[in-house]
Design a protein around this ligand. Structure first.
Ligand code: NAD
Length: 293
């Protein structure tokens, strides 16, 4: 594969496309935002004025868009413009139903398709160390591997159509719940006169250990790289955590699964976002839970 159309050149798509350019792919980019286009152009992406033009000559089409409705509207146009057999890779985080609808449309148009949402944030997108969770046929997965390998550090094939999205929202439901649990524990420890470093030293090596404590501790000090040390600058914004929790709860409702803690985590992140936390890192919920701004 030589030519890649990249649609959605925002915070994540911009640096992902730039890494493909660095790996000598011919990247034709499209976005609705002038700023995103200008930035991508500076990174060597050839900006194309219509999405049809970007896709018509491509061997693979990568999308990195805000939500399912954007994905489906972009696929409506691009599936008509692409050559038969083109590989479509959607890296956006979208609802499982939209993802599966997009796969079906791609199948019907004679294309190969993969959902491949990511974890690792803007830092991982820039460094080319994203984790990809992929759903789709083995043929699509094998074909996509060389491109995902350029943009990521770990690539997991999670099964059939939409299973990458399923893995992403299940993982992030765990993360939202565990960040709230970790924050509650540090707030309680503080009131009990227990030093945060002492709690960290115990919990990070005992049965309470989890990524939200060991790698992304919500209090300043114990993990110097966590956003708590940088006034909760994201990182991973609380608005994106809320988006992913909503997707998990929509999926839980539509499949009839009980997820009471996932549901409560969504409510708490909704309140945190409504109180002005949407642009701060999701670990900033510790201050909201304490009643601080
Ligand atoms: P973003 O808003 O910065 O970028 C999205 C881009 O898509 C924008 O530039 C927008 O103009 C463009 N766009 C929207 N509709 C379009 C259309 N019809 N045609 C062409 N371009 C269009 O968002 P982001 O932070 O880059 O996130 C992209 C996706 O990655 C989201 O689904 C998000 O949930 C997911 N994600 C983000 C992060 C993160 O840390 N930012 C981490 C993991 C996953």
């Amino acid at each position: 594969m030589k030519t890649v159309a990249f649609i959605g050149l925002g915070n994540m798509g911009g640096p992902m496309a730039a890494n493909l350019v660095k790996a000598n792919y011919n990247v034709k980019g499209f976005d609705l935002s002038d700023d995103a286009k200008a930035h991508a152009r500076e990174n060597g992406v050839e900006i194309i004025e219509t999405v049809e033009e970007a896709v018509g000559v491509a061997d693979a089409v990568i999308t990195m868009l805000p939500a399912g409705k954007h994905l489906l509207s972009v696929y409506e146009v691009t599936l008509k413009a692409a050559k038969a057999g083109t590989l479509f890779i959607d890296c956006s985080t979208v609802d499982v139903d939209s993802s599966r609808t997009a796969h079906t449309a791609a199948d019907e148009a004679g294309m190969l398709s993969l959902d491949a949402p990511v974890s690792g944030g803007v830092g991982g997108a820039t460094a080319g160390t994203l984790t990809f969770m992929a759903g789709g046929s083995k043929e699509a997965f094998d074909k996509a591997h060389e491109l995902l390998d350029v943009m990521g550090g770990k690539i997991v094939h999670c099964g059939g159509n939409g299973n990458g999205q399923a893995a992403k929202i299940c993982n992030n439901m765990i993360l939202g719940i565990s960040m709230i649990a970790s924050s509650e524990a540090f707030n309680l420890a503080d009131k009990l006169g227990l030093d945060k470093q002492a709690l960290f030293d115990v919990a990070s090596t005992s049965s309470g250990q989890c990524w939200s404590i060991n790698t992304y501790c919500p209090v300043p000090g114990p993990v110097p790289t966590s956003p708590a040390n940088n006034d909760y600058e994201p990182g991973f914004a609380a608005a994106l955590m809320l988006k992913d929790l909503k997707l998990s709860q929509d999926a839980a409702k539509s499949s009839g699964v009980s997820t009471p803690l996932g549901s409560h985590a969504e409510e708490l992140y909704q309140s945190f976002n409504d109180a002005g936390g949407s642009g701060t890192d999701f670990s900033g919920i510790i201050k909201f839970l304490k009643g601080e701004k």
